[in-house]
Design a protein around this ligand. Structure first.
Ligand code: NAP
Length: 282
């Protein structure tokens, strides 16, 4: 199992990330991030809208792990699409995180409600700012999140640099086959958010039975399944034993037969599973 995913520009991302959505601003998040890094995660997934980037930054500092050894991602929120507003939002994010560059910056959603009548132009304008930040060395890589192939295709005639990453919801029952196929064809690394379906995987009895076969927890089985699908998982937890448990996924291999069985599970709905990014209410 590979330790890193390599982006089209040669940048390497540690193949297991640590999520921070729904981690409350304050001591809980600070400690979760610190513990994650102390336990061995080297990839933190943050976003301005999570409202906790100051605590994420404090956790990073408290871990005493060297900044250069940590891969830090953040995301531009929906209200900020546009060139100048992106530049401003970026400055706030790095100031909150207390860093002077990001490893990866993502457009969080392709079609915010606020810009629905001009979202393509806004994505292009935003991407121009992303390209500038990249050329200025303020971000090591740039990408998108929740983009369907058509959102990327619509930008292509007007952009210089192809997105390097697409972060999408990915877990059993949410396979996003068309988007993944498009990304692979275009050398875009796929990151899987909500790999535990925001906790819903624990209700699927079939997953429990398979996990027991490997002497593993359901969380470990699903994270490993994600890796074997060549999607970079971003599990989140604020619970010390779970933070550790979710890292222990590199010492077993799921058989082809069990992989297929997990692929066919349909009872594990996710957070945005049924919603379309062109119809979101935010
Ligand atoms: P997730 O990782 O699928 O699930 C997190 C939930 O599972 C939490 O309730 C957590 O509880 C629980 N959990 C974690 N490990 C566990 C274990 N070993 N055993 C039992 N329960 C466990 O959820 P997610 O937060 O939805 O997604 C992960 C990350 O992806 C986010 O944090 C964020 O960074 C990113 N994300 C991105 C987007 C986007 O639009 N780009 C959207 C959603 C998420 P505790 O925390 O209480 O332990």
């Amino acid at each position: 199992m590979k330790e890193y995913f390599e982006l089209s520009n040669g940048v390497k991302i540690p193949s297991l990330g640590f999520g921070s959505w729904q981690s409350p601003e304050g001591a809980v998040t600070e400690e979760a991030i610190r513990l994650a890094l102390v336990n061995g995660y080297r990839h933190i997934d943050a976003a301005a809208i999570y409202g906790n980037e100051v605590s994420v930054g404090k956790g990073i500092k408290a871990s005493k792990v060297d900044r250069k050894d940590i891969f830090i991602t953040s995301k531009l929120w929906n209200d900020e699409h546009g060139y100048e507003s992106t530049m401003k939002a970026f400055e706030k994010t790095i100031s909150d995180l207390q860093v002077d560059y990001l490893d990866l910056y993502l457009i969080h959603w392709p079609n915010p409600k606020k810009f629905r009548d001009c979202y393509v132009e806004k994505n292009i304008e935003t991407w121009r700012a992303f390209e500038q930040l990249y050329k200025d060395g303020k971000v090591k890589a740039i990408g998108v999140s929740n983009f369907f192939p058509h959102h990327i295709e619509e930008m292509l005639p007007s952009i210089e640099i192809m997105p390097m990453v697409n972060q999408i919801e990915f877990h059993p029952s949410c396979l996003k086959i068309d988007t993944i196929e498009y990304c692979k064809k275009n050398n875009i690394v796929v990151e899987g958010y909500s790999p535990l379906a925001n906790g819903k995987v624990f209700k699927v009895v079939e997953l429990k039975a398979i996990a027991e076969k490997y002497n593993k927890k359901v969380s470990q089985l699903v994270i490993r399944w994600c890796l074997q699908k060549d999607v970079l998982p971003l599990p989140k937890s604020v619970t010390p034993e779970r933070i550790k448990e979710n890292l222990e996924v590199f010492d077993f291999e799921i058989s082809e037969e069990d992989m297929k069985f997990i692929d066919n599970i349909t009872t594990c709905e996710g957070s945005y599973n049924s919603e379309h990014p062109d119809e979101m209410d935010f």
